[in-house]
Design a protein around this ligand. Structure first.
Ligand code: SAM
Length: 322
């Protein structure tokens, strides 16, 4: 696989965003995209196998069952871009369906280098596929993929695993609108969305018994230690998953077990934490089925089909750019 690597100023951006997120007034925050370094991407892969985390299996069941239907609906010459592909394990079902019909170009866009490497390992044996990976943020990568488009070729964008839920609702619609601006009328977006379910199921999914999600979350502090020369004592922070009823999301936080100060050398800052104070690291918003039609419309798409998994309520939505 050809990989277009990430620009070299990424380290400065990381330091600047850590500094901004930990020194802001009110709730301290770190952007969830930084959960995915090599260790984080490997841990996320493990999370996707945990019995409590039904989301990935639901997504995969739908892709497996409906991949031929999807490939028939997105007929003609097509290039496929996947935003935040991760390991690409469940994308195999779709790519095989497209590759049975025609030679297919697949462009995973990933912020995590090791996820791109896993993705190539996972998918490069498919017949009639060519893979070019972009180590980029979602929209930067999609812009580059769009520039590769050949005349007469349609673009199908995959945004699976309910990663859209990491944006709050207004930002999610804005993100879909930004994707729509890069597409042409008739292009498609296959959007995976996790559907609302009981608090008990959700808290189990984001705070598993083995502690893998806790390790995934705490690795963010370990990453700040490794890459920015910080001195976070990991034993003094605890993983916390909680429901935010108001915005219908599950939030992950890291809670300080005591009053402490942490120095982050590359960000030139010392951050003080009160006992019980948290760093908000990720939100996963959950949706009602009808809501996705409205989000699509507000972003310039039409939701043509919605496939729903009954075992773990989850929807795969095929949106067409208008
Ligand atoms: C929740 S995981 C989902 C992975 C896979 N799509 C799935 O459904 O299992 C999100 C993926 O998006 C990537 N990612 C997160 N933020 C990103 C960003 N701003 N730009 C590009 N990739 C990003 C992460 O590295 C990670 O692999």
């Amino acid at each position: 696989m050809l990989v277009h690597a990430i620009p070299t100023n990424a380290g400065y951006e990381f330091a600047a965003e850590v500094r901004a997120g930990l020194t802001r007034a009110g709730q301290k925050e770190l952007p969830s995209k930084y959960l995915y370094d090599d260790v984080g991407s490997a841990l996320f892969e493990v999370i996707s196998h945990l019995p409590e985390y039904g989301l990935t299996r639901a997504d995969e069941r739908l892709l497996r069952r409906y991949s031929d239907d999807i490939a028939d609906r997105v007929a003609g010459p097509v290039a496929i871009a996947e935003l935040g592909s991760g390991s690409g394990r469940k994308t195999r079902w779709l790519l095989e369906a497209f590759c049975r019909r025609q030679r297919t170009s697949y462009y995973p866009v990933e912020i995590s280098h090791s996820a791109l490497v896993m993705c190539e390992r996972e998918l490069s044996d498919i017949d009639a596929i060519s893979i070019v990976g972009f180590e980029r943020e979602y929209l930067d990568g999609l812009l580059e993929v769009a520039a590769y488009r050949k005349s007469g070729q349609r673009l199908l964008v995959l945004f699976l695993g309910s990663t859209i839920g990491n944006f709050d609702r207004p930002a999610g619609v804005k993100f879909l609108s930004d994707v729509r601006c890069i597409l042409q009328p008739g292009d498609s977006l296959l959007l995976g969305t996790d559907i609302e379910k009981s608090s008990i199921e959700l808290l189990r999914a984001y705070d598993d018994q083995l502690g893998v999600t806790a390790a995934f979350n705490l690795n963010l502090l370990a990453r700040v230690n490794r890459e920015l020369g910080a001195d976070f004592d990991l034993s003094q922070f605890a993983h916390l998953a909680r429901i935010n009823e108001e915005v219908r999301s599950v939030e992950m936080h890291l809670e300080s077990r005591r009053h402490q100060a942490v120095s982050i050398s590359a960000a030139e800052v010392v951050v003080e934490f009160q006992e019980g104070e948290t760093i908000w690291t990720e939100s996963s918003h959950k949706y009602a089925l009808g809501e996705i039609y409205e989000m699509a419309r507000a972003a310039g798409f039409r939701c043509e089909v919605q496939w729903v998994d009954q075992q773990w309520p989850f929807a795969e939505n095929l949106l067409i750019a208008e």
